[in-house]
Design a protein around this ligand. Structure first.
Ligand code: M6R
Length: 366
């Protein structure tokens, strides 16, 4: 059932082109210039009148929520707060009329997320779910929702769930941005065409295996690792670090690149690998100067860059090229090499990739 792959995680990483197109199938009608989502269409007044969106989730789904924050604020101009479900539920949170709560969960069984939903509902909120497992507790408890249709995710480390959650969030943000007049027709159409191309770009990216294996072999014994990104790619840095720590047991942290000089820079020396997402559109020049700061402290730089990049190539120790896309969709691409890197490092360290120690696929107790 691993279809010839050594691990479920690798299989699921490679399933992403299909998973993403399954997520947008029937919803993204790029040639007609339409996004059709029953659960959003049926509640469209609520969405259009939303004064605020509160996203609740845990782990990787929380990271997808952070990408959602950038998407909704940037594209649909709706203020967003992203909350760890476990904190939200015990904080006596303020929920106003016209707030929408979006709960994100692959399994649909995460105890803290479920409790956060129940709390939000008791305070009168409209709760929308983004789940993968059909008929799961969260899918049933939410007022409405959209499935990711990613297919079963068996590996404990979440991969295709993350990219498909972001796909759903992108569809909703684009639809709302367009209806609210925040996006011109031509910009909207460009986005739709570009989103349609994402699966083939992921497919292309998945061919870089050997390059990533080489980098993995060099850094597999590192005790620590830093991940940096800005804007849309800040949550990807967090997700990259989580992937590495949970399956390879290497201590890793993700930071917004500019926060580095507020502390983490003290850690940088010649033995510290720093993975920097430095794609063309996302604050590129600023990230380049962050890379220079790391280099002058002798840190080892593995940079994720846009195809054809020249500047970062000169400074970084290793570069991984990803296809060009809209900045808003760059997490869908930049996350792929980070998944592969943590996978190969974990395999080389002899770790149990699909079932890391101390972890369960779904956390049904708080
Ligand atoms: O099923 P959920 O999306 O609610 O799960 C949330 C987290 O437990 C999950 O993402 C966890 O962090 C993964 N192990 C990450 O790879």
């Amino acid at each position: 059932e691993k279809s010839g792959y050594d691990h479920f995680m690798l299989k699921e990483i490679h399933e992403q082109p299909h998973a993403i197109s399954d997520t947008y199938r029937g919803r993204l009608l790029a040639d007609k210039g339409i996004i059709k989502m029953g659960s959003v269409d049926n509640n469209i007044t609520k969405f259009l009148n939303a004064k605020r969106i509160i996203i609740v989730a845990c782990g990787t789904s929380w990271h997808a929520g952070l990408v959602g924050e950038y998407l909704f604020e940037d594209i649909a101009r709706i203020p967003v707060e992203v909350e760890y479900a476990s904190e939200f539920r015990y904080r006596n949170p303020i929920i106003n009329k016209n707030d929408i709560v979006i709960a994100i969960s692959q399994s649909g069984e995460t105890a803290d997320t479920l409790a956060a939903i129940k709390l939000a509902k008791s305070k009168g909120a409209f709760v929308f779910g983004i789940c993968n497992v059909v008929g799961s507790s969260i899918a049933r408890e939410t007022d409405s929702g959209a499935y990711t249709h990613a297919g079963p995710e068996i590996g404990v480390a979440s991969t295709k769930a993350f990219t498909t959650q972001i796909t759903v969030l992108s569809l909703i943000a684009l639809k709302l941005g367009h209806l609210k007049g925040e996006l011109s027709n031509s910009k909207f159409h460009n986005y739709l065409q570009e989103l349609k191309l994402i699966p083939s770009k992921v497919e292309e990216l998945l061919k870089i295996n050997t390059e990533i294996e080489k980098i993995a072999a060099i850094y597999k014994d590192a005790p620590n690792c830093l991940y940096l990104g800005r804007g849309y790619n800040f949550p990807v840095a967090l997700e990259g670090a989580l992937k590495l720590k949970e399956i390879s047991y290497i201590h890793a942290e993700g930071y917004p690149a500019a926060e580095m000089k507020h502390g983490p820079i003290a850690l940088i020396d010649e033995s510290m690998p720093v993975i920097v997402i430095a794609t063309k559109k996302g604050h590129y020049e600023k990230v380049v100067s962050n890379i220079q700061e790391i280099k002058s402290r002798k840190g080892k730089i593995i940079a994720i860059v846009t195809e054809g990049d020249v500047l970062v190539k000169e400074i970084a120790d290793h570069v991984i090229e990803i296809p060009e896309t809209e900045e808003a969709f760059s997490p869908l691409l930049s996350t792929i090499p980070l998944q592969l890197l943590s996978y190969y490092i974990a395999v080389m360290r002899g770790c149990n990739v699909d079932q890391p120690r101390n972890l369960a696929k779904s956390v049904t107790v708080e």
